[in-house]
Design a protein around this ligand. Sequence first.
Ligand SMILES: Cc1ncc(COP(=O)(O)O)c(C=O)c1O
Length: 334
Amino acid sequence: MIDLRSDTVTRPSQAMLAAMTRAETGDDVWGDDPTVLSLQARVAGEAGKEAGLFFPSGTQSNLAALMAHCGRGDEYIVGQAAHTYKYEGGGAAVLGSIQPQPLDNAEDGSIPLERVAAAIKPTDDHFARTRLFALENTIGGKVLPAAYVAEATQFAHGRGLATHLDGARVFNAAVASNQSLKAMAEGFDSMSICFSKGLGAPVGSVLVGSRALIEVAHRWRKVLGGGMRQSGVLAAACLHALDHNVARLADDHANAARLAEGLAQIDEVKVMSHATNMVFAQFPQADCAALEAWLKERGILTQMLYASRFVTHLDVSAADIDTFVAAVKAYFKR
Ligand SMILES: Cc1ncc(COP(=O)(O)O)c(C=O)c1O
């Protein structure tokens, strides 16, 4: 199947599975799994932070970070479109007693700083205590403007807020903007990175930050049920991904551009945006279900909505993109 629904659908390659089989393991709850320790140290080093912590998922990594920054009755400022706010089951509020203060994202994914300034609560018992400003990069595939990130993180710190980056796809941002992971993490007190998206690992995220913050997150990871045992098997997949699957993200970006160009040639389709490995396009509402079924019959998995998202990844080739575009064309010509 050609699966364009998400970059989370990749299957571990034979080489990745072999690396997992070879992994040296220990008990990570006891802190002695050498492969997990090596992944944590490597990612922290590359991100220019003191320490790293391995998590089973990006959701848990983000949540532990929010809980490390904020206590009960505290508040974090976040975009309406942000994964930590919109797509993580309200975990910050449900499990962390943290009040989200969502603000509309601008078209480029940023949150205008005058909106942030107006949302910061004064010190007064009527209000939650505003503690944290959280951004996401990439967001909807878009790379946040570097100048905005620098200004926003400085602004937040100036107002006494900590900063967190949901960097589930921060390697896509780094490759697309030809910047290091360290440059992408600059200004953030914590950053969560996923290995189960474009990097092709089956599971795994790493949270990086100061040693003190990671110690607090370590406690919350345990409370959230994220303490794993011989997780070196999983960390080995992430280390393999770091060695082999970072630079090639440029291929995914090129394939997304190819997909956007292909769809743009079809009268019935309106490409709304395209950035890094994601394309958003509108299809006639009445055709969505039939088109999704038509594509599935031809071995192509999509989630066809009025506004659909297509995501490229390491299991999708340029030829697969051409097959997909040809199938969409054929549907509208039939
Ligand atoms: C931007 C972003 N952040 C966080 C996550 C959560 O990752 P996970 O599915 O590993 O919990 C996702 C998942 O798709 C995501 O897209």
